[in-house]
Ligand binder design. Structure first.
Ligand SMILES: *Cc1c(COP(=O)(O)O)cnc(C)c1O
Length: 364
């Protein structure tokens, strides 16, 4: 059977291995498996969410509220934006998909960082757009600007803090950069880890409000999958000026967010105390990773997220290490597919991190 030719050079996205698969493949008991591969919140979500969702489970026959009023109100309160500035997606992944289909086609160019979130490229390939990459591993806005001038891209993706490296763009420099971009180029600021950056260093954090007040060609992306501990609920959002949101809405399938997810996300936003305490433990545990890296003589990239990227030296191979860890029930992310001899490890609970240090010390 013939398929859309564009699919030929798309590699299927490889998600962090689920615990269930490790149970089946290696016969390890679920209680002995630690998953530090997908940047989830190890403390889960606010207990208030669990209570609220439990109450909804009794009534699931009806389609969800497609206006998403409760969640939109919660988001507009949190970010001081209007309902018309918001679109909710099944994960911010889905918003990226809407953006790509709304703005790009097979004549388009998409400018991204050399190492960054894989979904930008995958969705760009869906529409047959050309990918332009910078050379530097960290976002270098001068390089971005040069390529912008030369290639005139339709979309620029800035992932800050960046996945899978954890570094973040200086907020002032970001604003100065966007100022120079023509309003026909859409600038996507993916803030999947912005809650962490804001906690660690306000100079690295931007708010959707300041972005959309200043610029008509920017969309900010946020998600409930990381700091809010709701990866299983698949809920993310885009914040932009109402004209852009209106275009994206044309591509949104009806009822794209479940009733459970809408409730969970709305209630999660109210409990900022819970989220703050998780972020605070994340950064205090992260210090142990720095100490570990120093002791093992491996490089660690300064991280503004809930994960660390450990760059192995020439004597160690990241694929071999990640596989060996997997066989012992420790799931981390091998970054060889990103052209890096490195592994990405989500900062877990203290005992999970201790287990990582113990196993990795044995294996190195
Ligand atoms: C996790 C992540 C997302 C999307 O997460 P969803 O679960 O689809 O909301 C988007 N961008 C980056 C950089 C991420 O790491």
């Amino acid at each position: 059977m013939k398929f859309n030719k564009k699919l030929e050079n798309i590699k299927t996205y490889e998600a962090g291995k689920p615990i269930e698969l490790v149970v089946r493949e290696f016969g390890i008991e679920p209680k002995d498996i630690v998953k530090l591969a997908s940047n989830e919140n190890p403390y889960g979500c606010s207990p208030k969410v669990q209570k609220a969702v439990g109450e909804i489970v009794a009534n699931m026959a009806l389609y969800p509220d497609d206006s998403m009023l409760k969640l939109k109100n919660a988001l507009s309160n949190k970010y001081s934006v209007l309902d018309g500035n918001l679109i909710i997606g099944s994960g911010s992944d889905q918003v990226i998909e809407f953006i790509m289909h709304a703005k790009a086609d097979s004549n388009s160019k998409i400018l991204i960082n050399s190492v960054t979130f894989a979904m930008y490229e995958i969705y760009a390939k869906h529409v047959g757009a050309e990918i332009i990459r910078t050379a530097s591993q960290e976002h270098n806005l001068e390089e971005f600007y040069e390529l912008y001038k030369r290639e005139n891209p339709d979309i620029i993706f800035l992932c800050t803090p960046n996945n899978p490296t954890g570094d973040a763009i200086d907020a002032k420099a970001l604003m100065v950069f966007i100022e120079k971009i023509d309003e026909n180029t859409l600038v996507v600021v993916d803030g999947a880890y912005m809650e962490y950056a804001a906690f660690k260093d306000s100079k690295k954090s931007v708010t959707p409000k300041e972005l959309i007040e200043k610029f008509s060609n920017v969309i900010y992306l946020g998600t409930f999958s990381k700091a809010y501990g709701l990866g299983g609920m698949r809920t993310g959002y885009g914040i932009s000026n109402s004209k852009i949101i209106k275009e994206l809405y044309k591509l949104r399938p009806p009822f794209n967010i479940t009733t459970l997810s809408l409730e969970a996300a709305s209630v999660a936003l109210e409990d900022s105390e819970f989220v703050e305490s998780c972020i605070s433990s994340c950064f205090s545990e992260m210090k142990r990773y720095s100490e570990f890296a120093t002791k093992q003589n491996i490089a660690i990239i300064e991280s503004y997220t809930n994960f660390v990227t450990l760059c192995l030296n020439n004597h160690q191979n990241s694929t071999t290490l990640a596989d060996a860890l997997l066989r012992k029930g420790m799931i981390v992310r091998d970054l060889s597919g990103y052209g890096m001899n490195a592994i990405r490890v989500t900062v877990g609970k203290p005992e999970q991190n201790s287990r990582f240090f113990e196993l990795t010390t044995e294996l190195l």
